[in-house]
Design a protein around this ligand. Structure first.
Ligand SMILES: Cc1ncc(COP(=O)(O)O)c(C=O)c1O
Length: 387
């Protein structure tokens, strides 16, 4: 008989999938899903085309194309000259995007019954990854409007079975960039409780004035940290699925053991392309331009939403804006977002979907501004119908 495994019993169709399906059905302006709808940069696309033509079309080394790992180590040294240098052979692993690396990292380190601390709202992969490893999530709330956390509540979440804490900075969906002092506190608690840090930093380059501090660069944190990055957000190529993990050799070895039998390797020409792109981007002003473009898109969308009586919360990073649906007298973010997509033709994501228990969630809708100006402006007329 067709029977699925216990470990996926809680993993079902999410509100994200539901809204995406409704967005297609209702030809909505899609400000829901978090991907850029504008073209990827030419120098990035040309690099990939070149490597496909040059026949970098067979399996890459399982840990990642060696010259890419060297380029990633060089980038890390350039960005963090005072931090520990990386050994590209033993401390960097390339895989199919951050999604795979999160899965690999959790499977490589969490045993059945182990506990993993997660800040809520939480990116939707963390809970299922922990559940598939047989672990248990202990959530600690980030509190609006500035998304701080209660240090005592965090300290109380640690226990004898705590194996890891999953951090996400810059944070999806809140746009929070964890401050150095917050990271020091988190790292100290992990050290005291002998817990690992899994730090999801896929939005590392998308910040608005706030300093992104990789927790692995804090004194003494490197040896217990797996840092996860992705090419998708930084170079507007989410479909390429190239990500990398930075971790001390023993943790990298554990992660590689899983990666070897999950996907074995990620796409060779896109890895080669990233190896070409990183040294160019470091010197051609790419990252400053990326941030300036996103700042402009953020302000454009904030203006559009404010015009529709949907004021947004301040953000420091990533490419989402949140609006409190209570400002319009709504009591449920999910009901509001369903109505918005089916009746108004604009898709947004209810953030209660980022909570294990949606009843404890603040009622907020998430709008993505990784969109062309035309897409954002197309929402204006439709949102006017909200009244
Ligand atoms: C916080 C966070 N982590 C991970 C991912 C997935 O990254 P990738 O596309 O590299 O798998 C996303 C994508 O939206 C994300 O927002």
């Amino acid at each position: 008989m067709a029977r699925s495994a216990q470990r996926i019993s809680g993993v079902g169709t999410s509100i994200f999938t539901e809204i995406t399906v409704l967005a297609v059905q209702h030809r909505a302006v899609n400000l829901g899903q978090g991907f850029p709808d504008f073209p990827a940069p030419d120098f990035v696309k040309e690099a990939a085309a070149r490597h496909i033509r040059d026949d970098a079309n067979q399996y890459a080394a399982s840990a990642g194309v060696p010259r890419l790992r060297t380029a990633l180590a060089d980038d890390w040294r350039r960005e963090h000259p005072n931090a520990r240098a990386l050994d590209p052979d033993r401390e960097i692993t390339v895989a199919c995007g951050a999604t795979e690396l999160l899965h690999d990292a959790v499977l490589a380190t969490v045993d059945p019954g182990d506990e993993v601390i997660v800040f809520e709202p939480a990116y939707d992969a963390y809970g299922p990854d922990v559940a598939m490893a047989g672990g248990v999530v202990r959530s600690v709330p980030l509190l609006p409007p500035d998304w701080g956390f209660d240090p005592d509540r965090l300290a109380a979440a640690f226990g004898p079975r705590t194996r890891a804490l999953i951090l996400n900075t810059p944070h999806n969906p809140t746009g929070k960039v964890f401050r150095r002092a917050e990271l020091e506190l988190i790292a100290a608690l992990c050290a005291r409780n002998d817990a690992l840090l899994i730090s999801d930093e896929v939005y590392s380059e998308i910040t608005f004035g706030a300093e992104h501090v990789p927790v692995a660069t804090l004194p003494d944190a490197f040896d217990r940290t797996i840092t996860i990055r992705s090419m998708g957000k930084t170079f507007s190529v989410t479909g390429w699925k190239v990500g990398w993990a930075i971790a001390p050799a023993p943790l990298s070895a554990a992660l590689r053991a899983v990666h070897q039998f999950v996907t074995f390797t990620s796409s060779a020409p896109f890895q080669e392309a990233l190896a070409d792109v990183l040294p160019v981007a470091a010197h051609n002003g790419y990252y400053d331009q990326l941030r300036a473009d996103y700042r402009r898109r953020r302000d454009l969308l904030a203006g559009v939403l404010a015009g529709a009586r949907l004021p947004t919360l301040p953000i420091d990073g990533a490419y989402f804006l949140l609006t409190d649906v209570g400002a319009r007298g709504e009591t449920s973010d999910a009901a509001f977002c369903r109505r918005l997509v089916t009746e108004i033709g604009v898709a947004a994501i209810p953030t209660s979907g980022f909570y294990a228990d949606p009843d404890v969630a603040p009622q907020l809708a998430r709008f993505c501004f990784a969109k062309r100006d035309e897409t954002i402006i197309a929402a204006v007329e439709r949102l006017a119908r909200l009244g």
